[in-house]
Design a protein around this ligand. Structure first.
Ligand code: NAP
Length: 332
């Protein structure tokens, strides 16, 4: 690994991109370009747009080619959740010779649901000797890479169950709205249920199963509303008692009709006991809890900034967090 500071382009400067700029700036990354399509941001200084409180001498452009001409070591990409929508942006960055760390949820493990796009991105990355990684806190760490790492000292793993409870009151407005906080159950069923879901559960199940060497037959997901017992008021929404407070989304990975991987994600306003908990059945049985749980927005940007040097040094191709981390239990 070189001692030179990494150079970076920030691609997408919403709430997450802004936090990535702040986190990466703290680790000594030097920003050399910035891209966003929002006319409110184009032409402004990246430091100002990202709320850094100081200028970075980098002007935001809506022309990616312009920013990529600065030849960055890495592109921090945080625009959209769909890997198909992100693919042209990622491809352009790879073709410019950069490595890419992206928060596009479906990029975290596209091999299960989006195999064609995964193959194409892998090929472009190899051709241009770059590495592309989708990551964040979830998907990217809490429900996939972290349990995979925790399995390393286990002799056998029969099944793994991960529960993440997030107090959505502490999250950004779009997330509170996305989980349906404050709407009635009828509105949830009619308008939210099909779209409220967290993107990335399938990818986390597939990534974790792959790391643990489970050959899954099927992945199934379900989503239901969590209803508020009492009135909850946040900075952005109010849920009366009986209204929807958020979601519970459960994803199972099956081998021979048995759920070997279960991910239970609950995100709702007013959650009193937020935590991340991993339970293994195996030798030995293990349970690990992160009291309070990792904060979605703070930790996503931290993961992106912290993994960047590893990605820059990684083998070319489409990587996953379980490739760039360590070793895991692979025995039953
Ligand atoms: N893996 C994880 O753990 C994790 C955690 C948090 C968030 N995420 C994901 O990370 C992404 C970013 O989050 P966010 O909250 O910052 O999203 P956001 O509020 O939608 O911000 C995205 C920014 O990128 C801009 N943009 C969209 N398409 C673009 C394009 N083609 N070229 C350049 N700029 C473009 C947007 O401009 P406009 O507003 O004008 O469209 C906006 O400024 C989302 O997909 C989110 O779901 C992942």
């Amino acid at each position: 690994m070189t001692d030179e500071p990494l150079t970076a382009v920030q691609y997408g400067i919403g709430p997450i991109g802004s936090r990535i700029v702040q986190a990466a700036n703290r680790t000594g990354v030097e920003f050399v370009g910035a891209v966003d399509v929002d006319p409110e941001k184009v032409g402004d200084d990246l430091g100002e747009v990202a709320g850094l409180g100081e200028s970075l001498d980098v002007t935001v452009t809506d022309d990616a080619a312009d920013a990529l001409a600065a030849d960055p070591d890495v592109v921090f990409h945080s625009t959209v959740s769909s890997v198909e929508a992100a693919a042209p942006q990622l491809t352009e960055a790879l073709e410019a010779g950069a490595n890419v760390v992206s928060t596009t949820e479906e990029l975290s493990y596209p091999w299960w649901s989006n195999a064609t796009v995964a193959e194409e991105l892998d090929a472009v990355a190899r051709e241009h000797a770059g590495t592309v990684l989708g990551t964040g806190i979830n998907p990217g760490f809490v429900m996939d890479a972290m349990p995979a790492v925790l399995s390393t000292p286990m002799a056998t793993v029969e099944s793994v169950h991960v529960e993440r409870v997030q107090n959505a009151s502490e999250r950004r407005r779009p997330l509170q709205e996305k989980v349906g906080a404050g709407v009635t159950e009828e509105t949830f069923e009619a308008e939210i249920a099909t779209e409220a879901g967290h993107v990335g559960s399938t990818e986390s199940v597939a990534m974790l199963a792959d790391a643990l060497d489970f050959d899954l037959d099927e992945i199934e997901e379900s989503i239901e509303p969590v209803v508020a017992d009492d009135r909850v008021e946040t900075e952005y929404v109010t849920a009366e008692a009986g209204d929807v407070a958020g979601i519970r989304q459960v994803a199972h990975g099956y081998v021979d009709d048995e759920a070997v991987v279960t991910l239970d994600l609950q995100m709702y306003v007013g959650a009193e006991d937020p935590h991340d908990r991993v339970e293994f059945e195996g030798e030995p049985d293990v349970a690990v809890a992160v009291e309070g749980g990792y904060h979605g927005d703070v930790s996503t940007s931290a993961v992106v900034a912290n993994v960047a040097p590893t990605v820059v040094d990684a083998d070319p191709g489409l990587a996953t967090m379980t490739d760039v981390a360590t070793s895991y239990s692979r025995h039953r």
